[in-house]
Design a binder for this molecule. Structure first.
Ligand code: AMP
Ligand code: FE
Ligand code: FE
Ligand code: ZN
Length: 281
C-alpha cells in the first residue's frame, strides 16, 4: 500500500487544484492520500469528489496547523477531521483572517525595503485560498526582485528575515485538542526540526496525539530511526508524507516520494472507523 499523507492544494499554498492532485496521485500509483492544507479543509470536498470514480485511491480528509512555540515551528496534522464541525470552521477562519492581515503587513515591510509588490496580486495568486508566504515569494519572483522563491525566503520572508511578521497561532496542545474535538486524529508533522522534541512529545501525547510523522520528504535513515524510536517509546503511529506543494522549482520531493508504512495506514483507518462507530452510539 502506497500512502502519501501530507499534501497541499490551491486551497492553501499548493499549486495544483485538488482534482489535479488526485489525478497525479493516481498516475504515480498511490493508494491513499491525505489532503492537509494550512488552516483550511476547502480542498477536501473537491478531492473526495474527484476520487469518487477512482476505485484504486482513497482520500483522507485532513488539515495542517502551525502552532506558536518560542523556539522553531511546530505543525500538527489532523486526519479524518470532521470538516463540517462548526467550531473547527470558525477557528480555521480566524486563523486565515490573521494570515491576511499579516500578509498585508509583510507587503508593507517589503515596500519599505524597496520591493513593490501589491496585495491585489498576492491575493490573486492565493485564488481565494489560505494566504501563505509562498504567495508572497511568488509575487516577488514575478517582479524580478529575487531569482527564486527560495531566495525570497532566505533573504526576506524567512523566520528571521527583515520582512517577516508573526501571526495569530494556537499552542500545540490547543491544536491537538481542536482536532480531537472535530473527531480528527492528531499527528505531529515533520518533527525532526523541533528542538525540544523530547519535552514536547509526552505533553502532546497526554493531550491525545496519536501519531508522529517519521517518514518525511528526504529524511535520512538516521533521522527516521531516531523518530521511529520516539514513536515507539510513546506508542505513536509512525506516519509519512512528502508535504508536496507542486512548487515546480525542483526544491521538493515528488508526490509519493515519502510514504506511510502500510500497518500505520491500517491503524489510522481502524481508529477512524472506531471513532465513527462511537458517534453512532
Ligand atoms: P506560512 O504558512 O505563511 O507561514 O508559510 C509557510 C509555508 O512556506 C510552508 O508551508 C512552505 O510551504 C513554505 N516555506 C517555508 N519555508 C520555506 C523556504 N525556506 N523555502 C521555500 N518555501 C518555504
Ligand atoms: Fe505550505
Ligand atoms: Fe508543515
Ligand atoms: Zn505541509
Amino acid at each position: 500500500m502506497k500512502a502519501d499523507l501530507h499534501l497541499h492544494t490551491t486551497a492553501s499554498d499548493g499549486r495544483l487544484e485538488p482534482d489535479e492532485i488526485v489525478s497525479l496521485a493516481v498516475s504515480v500509483g498511490l493508494d491513499v492520500i491525505a489532503i492537509t492544507d494550512h488552516d483550511t479543509t476547502d480542498g477536501v470536498v473537491p478531492a473526495l469528489a474527484a476520487a469518487r470514480s477512482v476505485k484504486s485511491l482513497k482520500v483522507i480528509p485532513g488539515v495542517e496547523n502551525h502552532t506558536d512555540v518560542t523556539r522553531g515551528e511546530v505543525h500538527v496534522l489532523g486526519y479524518f477531521i470532521d470538516y463540517t464541525d462548526k467550531k473547527l470552521i470558525a477557528i480555521l477562519q480566524k486563523l486565515r483572517e490573521s494570515r491576511r492581515g499579516r500578509a498585508q503587513k509583510m507587503i508593507a515591510k517589503l515596500r519599505d525595503l524597496g520591493m513593490k509588490i501589491d496585495w491585489q496580486r498576492v491575493s490573486e495568486l492565493a485564488q481565494g485560498g489560505t494566504i501563505g508566504r509562498p504567495h508572497i515569494s511568488q509575487a516577488l519572483l514575478e517582479k524580478g526582485y529575487v531569482s527564486s522563491e527560495k531566495e525570497a525566503f532566505d533573504k526576506y520572508i524567512g523566520h528571521n528575515g527583515p520582512a517577516y511578521v508573526e501571526r495569530y497561532k494556537l499552542l500545540p496542545v490547543e491544536v491537538v485538542k481542536l482536532i480531537l474535538e472535530a473527531r480528527g486524529l492528531p499527528v505531529l508533522a515533520h518533527p525532526a526540526d523541533i528542538s525540544d522534541l523530547d519535552e514536547l512529545v509526552p505533553k502532546l501525547k497526554a493531550a491525545g496525539l496519536i501519531g508522529l510523522e517519521v517518514y518525511y520528504r528526504d529524511y535520512d535513515s538516521d533521522t527516521i530511526a531516531k523518530l521511529a524510536k520516539i514513536a515507539k517509546k510513546y506508542n505513536l503511529i509512525p506516519t509519512g508524507g512528502t508535504d508536496y506543494h507542486a512548487f515546480g522549482d525542483g526544491s521538493e520531493v515528488g508526490i509519493g516520494g515519502a510514504i506511510s508504512p502500510s500497518r500505520s495506514v491500517e491503524q489510522l483507518f481502524a481508529l477512524a472507523s472506531k471513532r465513527s462507530l462511537e458517534l453512532l452510539k
